[in-house]
Design a protein. Structure first.
Length: 60
C-alpha cells in the first residue's frame, strides 16, 4: 500500500474513533462534526480506489 492510501485509511479510522467518542459522550455537536469528517474521509478514500466497509457509530 502506498503512503497516500495509508494516510487516507488512517484518516477514516481516526474519524470513526472520533465519532464513537462523540457518541459515547452524548455531544450532538461533536457527533455532527465527526460524521461530516467521516463522510469526507470515506468519499476521498473511495475516489482513490480504496474499498472498506462503512460502519456505524457503534463499531468505531
Amino acid at each position: 500500500m502506498n503512503e497516500v492510501a495509508e494516510a487516507l485509511l488512517a484518516r477514516v479510522h481516526a474519524a470513526r474513533a472520533d465519532l464513537a467518542a462523540a457518541a459515547s459522550a452524548g455531544d450532538p455537536y461533536e457527533v455532527a462534526v465527526a460524521e461530516d469528517e467521516l463522510d469526507d474521509a470515506v468519499r476521498i478514500a473511495q475516489r482513490h480506489g480504496l474499498k472498506f466497509k462503512v460502519t456505524g457509530t457503534d463499531e468505531g
